[in-house]
Write a protein that binds this ligand. Structure first.
Ligand SMILES: NC(=O)c1ccc[n+]([C@@H]2O[C@H](COP(=O)([O-])OP(=O)(O)OC[C@H]3O[C@@H](n4cnc5c(N)ncnc54)[C@H](O)[C@@H]3O)[C@@H](O)[C@H]2O)c1
Length: 391
């Protein structure tokens, strides 16, 4: 690492706090030079709290000398227009998820970025954390063999339970697929490669929700149940729900020819990675000359010694759920310093937007959706984890 890259933030709402904390305290290759918000008071408050030199309008922020990367932390419905404005001002974009609401808008942004030789990517950066990195290392090591199938599940009762301004979660661009799907799609794409086909059904369990005291009709489905096929051949089920009071479904499990992998929550940066070695059972099963169902069932049920935890912790001695948001921004800054592409690439962000829309399109048309875009694999983090300074 040499030097610092100037950063500007547009959107000083709920998630901006953790970005500003981490950028000003934990990532030493970035420097926050200005903040803007539609509501001037929010920008002023953030600048005061984090010691940022300038609070201003979006237009003024895009003129601040030294800002090379602009973070778009506005609501999803504003992402396309704000990202376009940032690119037109000649700055790199790091946007909260999703990059845009539909494929056409995301493609336009990626094309504009390419024309201007700028990076344009979206969150999440949780896949750069220890949980998903370790899961990828397990797959790459061959420990579970060839991934054949998976399940991915996000279930909760809805964000109006905790968010101070939850209306956008129930309008276009919200809903569990557009809000939480990016974590799962990004992790699955990082672990399994590009998506080939998607089928989906949707429903709305509680289509009228209490939004800040007003019973409000939702514009979007609040439960998605889909099936995906990846280009590598793996198939799996996906559930994204704001309609589930309680569930014991795993976040992500990947089932391979030799074993199973339990992947930690892709909306976090770490967590236990569990590997089940099926080859031990395969050996037992293959050695049985005259299968006796009761004996086999007993052996298969007694699986304790096949399981191991491959826990990789970053940073060292982390809080159990340390929130390292802005790791992707720091990686983008390092990419500028080192003259490489950022790990979260434009094509991956675009592929994720198409995948999110694929669930929607399939549910509306009753047909299986075939993906048009694809993306290349991302380099693992390796020593770049040192970007995070423990203070
Ligand atoms: N809240 C979370 O826990 C969380 C977690 C991860 C990601 N995100 C993502 O972060 C983004 C923001 O979410 P949030 O919860 O912080 O929302 P929020 O409503 O709390 O904050 C959004 C801020 O953006 C400002 N804004 C909106 N449109 C703008 C525009 N055109 N120009 C300038 N400012 C504008 C608003 O005034 C507001 O201050 C979303 O994409 C969301 O998906 C949120």
């Amino acid at each position: 690492m040499t030097g610092k890259i100037g950063i500007g933030i547009i959107g000083c709402g709920t998630i901006a706090d953790v970005y500003m904390t981490n950028i000003t305290q934990h990532y030493e290759n970035v420097e926050l030079l200005a903040v803007a918000d539609l509501l001037a008071a929010k920008a002023a408050e953030a600048a005061e709290k984090y010691g940022v030199p300038k609070a201003c309008t979006v237009e003024e922020l895009l003129q601040v000398p030294g800002i090379e990367i602009v973070l778009d932390l506005t609501i999803p419905a504003a992402h396309y227009s704000v990202n376009k404005q940032i690119l037109e001002a000649g700055k790199h974009v790091y946007c909260e998820k999703p990059l845009a609401l539909n494929l056409a808008e995301a493609e336009e942004l990626i094309a504009l970025a390419a024309e201007k030789n700028l990076m344009c990517v979206s969150a999440p950066d949780t896949f750069l954390g220890a949980g998903i990195q370790q899961s990828r290392a397990v797959i790459d090591s061959g420990a579970i063999g060839k991934p054949v199938s998976f399940t991915a599940n996000m279930t909760c009762a809805g964000h109006e339970l905790w968010h101070p301004n939850p209306g956008f979660y129930y309008r276009q661009g919200g809903g569990p697929m557009f809000d939480m799907g990016p974590y799962y799609m990004t992790a699955l794409i990082y672990l399994l490669g590009p998506v080939k086909k998607v089928s989906c059904f949707t429903a709305a369990g509680r289509p009228v929700r209490n939004i800040l005291g007003t019973m409000t009709e939702t514009e979007v489905p609040t439960i998605y149940t889909g099936i995906m096929e990846f280009a590598c051949g793996a198939i799996g089920t996906v559930t994204m729900s704001f309609d589930t009071w309680k569930s014991s479904l795993p976040c992500i499990e990947i089932y391979g020819t030799k074993g199973s992998l339990s992947v930690p929550d892709p909306n976090g940066f770490n967590g236990p990675v569990k590997v089940f070695d099926g080859t031990k059972l395969q050996g037992i099963v293959d050695a049985v000359e005259e299968p006796h169902p009761a004996r086999l069932i007993a052996m298969v049920t007694n699986q304790g010694n096949c399981e191991s935890e491959a826990v990789m912790e970053f940073p060292e001695n982390p809080e159990p759920r340390s929130n390292m948001r802005a790791l992707g921004v720091s990686d983008m800054a390092q990419a500028l310093i080192d003259g490489r592409e950022s790990r979260m690439s434009g094509p991956i962000s675009l592929h994720v937007v198409e995948a999110l829309n694929a669930f929607e399109e399939s549910a509306k048309s009753g047909q299986c959706y075939e993906m048009k875009t694809t993306c290349a694999a991302t380099e693992p983090m390796g020593k770049d984890w040192e970007l995070w300074e423990v203070k």
